[in-house]
Each structure stands twice: as structure tokens, then as C-alpha cells.
Design a protein around this ligand. Structure first.
Ligand SMILES: Cc1cc2nc3c(=O)[nH]c(=O)nc-3n(C[C@H](O)[C@H](O)[C@H](O)COP(=O)(O)OP(=O)(O)OC[C@H]3O[C@@H](n4cnc5c(N)ncnc54)[C@H](O)[C@@H]3O)c2cc1C
Ligand code: SF4
Ligand code: SF4
Length: 336
């Protein structure tokens, strides 16, 4: 039985660890946060009458399976501080645990996820300057609170603007690539707000009608309205309403909308953490800074990568890539 380390416990790391354990391997799952589950830990179920296939419960299910699996040792609140290659694989030093911990493993899967662009660098969009301008992640966190709490905070019949592509597909002040999953989650978040709060209305601002996942194109949008235009500024009027100025792409004129909340969908970036561990291991990165990987393999023998540390992916894609990386690692071990 080989000892394998999986770094990061989001969908990719969980799926990788479970696949390895299902193949009788002993896995150490290292997570820097206190709880496992990765980013989806704070995503709400988007179902009202029927499942909207967001994938969040698939992650919760795998968290449960990992916690019950005797072959998977979960180590939370810690991270790799140093790695050395030895005759049998790698010697990994872990920080964050009481005392120094040094562990020998034969293979590593990196599943360290992504960072988001800090919307504060786009001061004109109001983030940090205006209280009711938040990121989609922050809105998910609010909705995780007890209903009484968020109902009071969001107010009666809130008018919500969701702004997609903040810093994505933008060469000058962001990243040129598409962040891939924000079309999907913004639509589901908008519909959830409308379903949960009587009288709420949601306008989703998008650059174009590009849709990356078939699931986005299904169903009745109801009181969610799509506006084709790029907001250029968010300000507050004297009555505390947020004013979103945008260029109406269809008519090439500048317009404005009045809202109570503005939700930003910032660009997905390579995580600092992935870059740091990648550098310790000598892992090559692509031109944007994500781990350079071909279907889970990296340029270093015995090191594999999965999920958003290799580029933006949905939950389902991340689960699949974790399993693929684990499969490659098993093949590597059997041939080593
Ligand atoms: C607001 C928002 C809503 C979303 N909603 C959806 C949705 O509805 N459906 C969907 O398909 N996708 C959604 N996504 C995308 C989804 O979050 C990703 O697909 C998914 O989280 C990627 O999984 P991952 O395992 O690659 O990374 P993550 O989930 O980010 O997990 C990475 C894990 O690695 C840990 N880690 C990082 N560095 C280290 C280190 N050095 N040592 C130890 N641990 C480390 C992190 O703490 C984290 O737990 C959403 C994204 C956002 C921002
Ligand atoms: S996939 Fe999403 S919407 Fe469907 S039940 Fe699971 S958490 Fe809810
Ligand atoms: S997934 Fe949609 S919102 Fe996100 S960057 Fe791509 S086009 Fe923009």
C-alpha cells in the first residue's frame, strides 16, 4: 500500500482521495483551512421546486465519505512548508500542526484551487467604498446565515444587480481568459434570490450572450433580466440607492440602473498557494500562472494536479479531474 498526499480538499482533492482509497491506497489529505470541502463549503443549495444542478451537494456527500474512510487521514489547518525528493518518492514537511511533522509519500496530487481577483482594485465599481457592493462569494455566505438574519439584511423587495466578467476577458485591467464558471453560478444565484425573497428583482449584466454550460440555457428565467452591457461605475445616490452606469451594447448609449445591492463576479486567478508549492516542487506553469498539466500530469514525475489549480473548472469538472489525476497516479505507482 503506497502512501500518497493530496493537497487541498475541494471537489478535486476529495475526488482524488476517494478514488485512491477505493483502490486500497493510504491517503493523507492536507487542508490549510479548519474544515474540508474547499470553496463549495459556503455555496447554498439552489433548488426550490427542483434541483438546479449546481453540484454543491455532491461535494458535501464526498466530505462525508472522506470523513468515514479509514484509509484517508485528514489533516486540517496545515500546509506544505518544504518538500525534498528521496529514493522512495518525497519527504514532505508540514507546517501549522503542533511540532514539526515530516512525512514520506510516494506520490502527490496538488488540488489547491483558485484565488479571485480583488474587486477593490477597480475602485470605480464601489467594492469596499459602498457597503452594499459585495462579491458573489460574500452573497453566498450571507444566504448561509439563518433566514431571519439575511432577510433583515437584504431588506424588502431588494433590487439586485449581478455584474459578470469583472476583470475576466479583459486585457488591460484584468485577465484575458474567461473564468468559465461565473455564468453558471450567477444565473443560479440570481434565481435563488428571486425565489427566496418575495418581490426581489435581479438584473444580470453580461458582456454578451456567451454561455458556457448547457445547464445555463434551460428553464424560464422569470424575474431575472439579462442586460447586455458592461457597467463602468457604481455610485450611491442621496437616498442610499446604488446607481449602476453601463453602456447598453445593443444601442451604444450610456444608461443607468438603480439597485439596493450589487453583486460582483470577479475573475478567477491562479492561487498564490499553488504557485508557492509548485515552485517548491519545480512544477511548470502555463502563461497565466496555472499549473501546466496535461489531463492531470505535470512536468515532475510523481506529482499530479487537478481542479482549478490547473485553470477554471466547474465542480463537476473538478470532481472528474481529481479522479483522473488519481488514476494516473495509480498507473505511475504500478509502473515505478
Ligand atoms: C461564488 C462562487 C460560486 C460558485 N458556484 C458554483 C456552482 O454553483 N457550481 C459549480 O459547478 N461551480 C461553482 N463555482 C466554482 C467552484 O467553486 C469550483 O469549481 C471548485 O471549487 C473547484 O474545486 P477545486 O477543488 O479545484 O478548488 P477549491 O474548491 O478552491 O479547493 C481548494 C482547496 O485547497 C485548499 N488549499 C489551497 N492551498 C493549500 C495549501 N497550500 N495547503 C493545503 N490546502 C490548500 C483550499 O483551502 C481549498 O480548500 C463557484 C465559484 C464561486 C467563486
Ligand atoms: S445539485 Fe445543487 S440545487 Fe441540486 S440538490 Fe444539490 S445543492 Fe441543491
Ligand atoms: S464564465 Fe461568463 S461571467 Fe465568467 S468570465 Fe466567462 S463569460 Fe464572463
Amino acid at each position: 500500500m503506497a502512501r500518497i498526499m493530496v493537497v487541498g480538499s475541494g471537489p478535486a482533492g476529495l475526488a482524488g482521495a476517494l478514488h485512491l482509497a477505493a483502490n486500497h491506497q493510504e491517503v493523507i489529505l492536507v487542508e490549510k483551512e479548519e474544515r474540508i470541502g474547499g470553496s463549495p463549503r459556503i455555496y447554498n443549495c439552489k433548488a426550490v421546486d427542483e434541483c438546479r444542478r449546481c453540484g454543491a451537494c455532491l461535494v458535501a456527500e464526498r466530505v462525508y465519505q472522506v470523513n468515514c474512510n479509514p484509509l484517508i487521514q485528514v489533516m486540517t489547518g496545515c500546509s506544505i512548508t518544504a518538500v525534498r525528493r528521496n529514493n522512495n518518492g518525497f519527504q514532505v514537511e508540514l507546517g501549522g500542526v503542533p511540532g514539526a511533522v515530516s512525512i514520506n509519500v510516494q506520490g502527490i496530487i496538488l488540488a489547491t484551487g483558485f484565488d479571485l481577483l480583488d474587486p477593490g482594485i477597480r475602485g470605480e465599481m464601489g467594492y469596499r467604498r459602498l457597503k452594499r457592493v459585495v462579491t458573489a462569494r460574500e452573497m453566498e455566505e450571507k444566504l448561509m446565515n439563518a433566514p431571519g438574519e439575511w432577510e433583515e439584511e437584504l431588506g424588502l423587495m431588494p433590487r439586485v444587480a449581478i455584474i459578470r466578467c469583472l476583470g475576466s476577458r479583459e486585457n488591460s485591467r484584468g485577465v484575458p481568459y474567461c473564468s468559465r464558471f461565473c455564468c453558471l453560478y450567477s444565473e443560479k444565484l440570481g434565481r435563488l434570490l428571486v425565489d427566496r425573497i418575495p418581490g426581489a428583482t435581479v438584473d444580470i449584466f453580461s458582456m454578451d450572450s456567451q454561455r458556457y454550460h448547457p445547464v445555463c440555457a434551460t428553464g424560464d428565467m422569470g424575474p431575472v433580466t439579462y442586460i447586455r452591457g458592461i457597467p463602468s461605475r457604481v455610485d450611491r445616490s442621496h437616498d442610499q440607492t446604488l446607481i449602476v452606469k453601463y453602456e447598453d451594447s445593443a444601442r451604444s448609449i450610456v444608461r443607468q440602473g438603480r439597485y439596493d445591492w450589487v453583486v460582483l463576479c470577479p475573475a478567477v486567478l491562479p492561487s498564490h498557494s499553488s504557485q508557492k508549492i509548485g515552485d517548491m516542487l519545480g512544477i511548470a506553469r502555463d502563461r497565466w500562472g496555472f499549473i501546466d498539466s496535461v489531463d492531470g500530469s505535470t512536468n515532475r514525475e510523481g506529482v499530479f494536479a487537478a481542479g482549478c489549480c490547473t485553470g477554471p473548472k466547474t465542480i463537476l469538472e473538478s470532481l472528474g479531474s481529481g479522479q483522473t489525476a488519481a488514476g494516473l497516479l495509480l498507473t505511475y505507482l504500478s509502473s515505478a
